[in-house]
Design a protein. Structure first.
Length: 145
């Protein structure tokens, strides 16, 4: 399986997928505290939440696609945030999580990790019990957070 990430402009937002530095974030006039509160609320409101590039139906990055595939193969109900459509979240989440890359999977409020960690946990049989304890195993429904 080849892994790829788009760097072209997002058709909806015009956002070009470039990660913003702290100075660029300030130039975007982002209220970092408000974005941090939004992220915290999203994580608290959804037992399983995936911050990803694109949507589960149309992932825009191979790493995001791989995590979606793993979650769907386990019939996981999960929420997602398309960070390409929300550049303020994309710029702020690495500070919130102290984790620089995407995707980022949260289960019951805890950062699990990105594609490599999720893949390793699934292979070792460690992911399913976490999802079960979050009451997230079901029909594989997804919802935008």
């Amino acid at each position: 399986m080849s892994l790829w990430c788009l760097s072209e402009k997002d058709a909806t937002t015009g956002y070009n997928g470039t990660i913003k530095t702290p100075l660029e974030t300030e130039a975007m006039n982002i209220d970092t505290n408000a974005v941090m509160d939004t992220i915290k609320t999203q994580i608290e409101q959804h037992p399983v939440l995936l911050y990803m590039k694109g949507t589960p139906e149309l992932p825009q990055c191979g790493f995001s696609a791989r995590v979606v595939h793993i979650l769907k193969s386990m019939n996981t109900n999960f929420a997602y945030v398309n960070i390409l459509a929300h550049p303020e979240i994309r710029a702020t989440l690495p500070k919130y999580a102290n984790w620089p890359t995407f995707p980022q999977l949260y289960i019951t409020g805890e950062l699990i990790g990105g594609c490599d960690i999720v893949t390793d946990m699934q292979a070792a049989g460690e992911l399913q019990p976490l999802l079960a304890s979050a009451n997230a195993l079901g029909t594989g429904d997804t919802v935008a957070a």
